[in-house]
Design a protein around this ligand. Structure first.
Ligand SMILES: NC(=O)C1=CN([C@@H]2O[C@H](COP(=O)(O)OP(=O)(O)OC[C@H]3O[C@@H](n4cnc5c(N)ncnc54)[C@H](O)[C@@H]3O)[C@@H](O)[C@H]2O)C=CC1
Ligand SMILES: O=C(O)[C@@H]1CCC=N1
Length: 269
């Protein structure tokens, strides 16, 4: 049977996923999108050749519904979907924080729900999408979810109890690296480099370091030690990072992100 998949609330993440599915060979005729604004629906139709429908039409006609609205908008969407969503639909939530139990309570009894936390590198097929099953999701539902998200990068299954932590590490993770690149580029300005050259140097250092982390098989400590010459330049910088408690700041920062994911689950806006 050909699966029909609908992306509901097609913003940044929804569109990244949609474009990845199209690149991965999904036919536009098997995909539906929904959007809040008619101009956005037209944009998606023009850009990707997919049909834009209402949320209730998507619930009626698609086998799988991928919900990519903000957590704060999910309750309104579920109010709309609940009366029109048969229990055999696979519902995939891409929202931070929200547990599968919330969807199971709001939709028909027995509805299979899968929770996924992806990240914006989906736009360049380098996402990490962390996948957890709700209580009615089977191996087949997880496999279909992974097939969809493998189109935009890698997938990893975790128990749902680890999803808030995964959100802090990998959902939000790219933002920390961008923040660091921004700060390091400013440091280049401080040291007298033109901004474009500073940017190029830092971005290439980031790409090179990422490739080493992925491909060398070496531990990050070894990779850092290999850069850090006795009485050299790097150790002076490392001393300042330690003086400023950057490691402790990272631990606190990711814990704060994890805590916010839990707050979203509790419905805190
Ligand atoms: N931005 C990121 O890096 C990541 C975001 N997420 C999650 O993905 C979800 C979406 O995030 P973004 O794409 O960044 O947000 P976004 O704001 O770009 O997209 C959400 C879209 O949903 C639409 N929408 C809201 N209510 C709607 C409704 N009732 N019917 C139809 N459309 C509706 C909005 O108009 C908007 O276009 C969130 O739940 C977020 O937690 C997950 C991983 C990473
Ligand atoms: O900041 C957020 O809430 C979303 C979820 C993970 C990344 N962005």
């Amino acid at each position: 049977m050909t699966q029909k998949v609908a992306v509901l609330g097609t913003g940044k993440i929804g569109e990244a996923l949609l474009s990845g599915m199209l690149r991965g060979g999904w036919s536009p005729s098997n995909l539906l999108v929904t959007a809040r604004r008619p101009e956005r629906a037209k944009e998606l139709r023009d850009r990707h050749g997919v049909e834009a429908v209402s949320n209730t039409e998507a619930a009626k006609h698609a086998d799988t519904l991928i919900l990519t609205v903000k957590p704060q908008d999910m309750h309104t969407l579920l109010d709309e979907l609940a009366p029109h969503t048969p229990s055999e639909r696979l519902v995939i939530s891409g929202a931070a924080g929200l547990p599968t139990s919330l969807f199971e309570e709001r939709l028909q009894p027995g509805t299979p729900v899968v929770r996924v936390m992806t990240n914006t590198p989906a736009l360049v097929d380098e996402a990490m999408s962390v996948v957890s099953a709700g209580s009615h999701a089977t191996e087949a539902h997880l496999a279909l979810t992974e097939e969809i998200f493998n189109g935009v990068g890698k997938t990893l299954r975790v128990p749902e109890s680890q999803q808030d932590a995964a959100t802090a590490l990998s959902g939000s993770g790219p933002a920390y690296f961008y923040f660091l690149v921004e700060a390091m580029t400013d440091a280049g300005i401080l040291l007298g480099l033109p901004r474009d050259k500073a940017h190029d140097l830092i971005v290439q250092a980031a790409i090179g370091a990422a490739a080493m982390l992925r491909d060398s098989g070496d531990h990050p400590v070894t990779l850092r030690e290999n850069v850090t010459s006795p009485a050299g330049t790097t150790i002076n910088a490392i001393r300042e990072l330690e003086n400023h408690r950057v490691r402790a700041a990272v631990l606190d920062a990711l814990e704060a992100a994890r805590d916010r994911s839990r707050e979203l689950a509790a419905g805190k806006r």
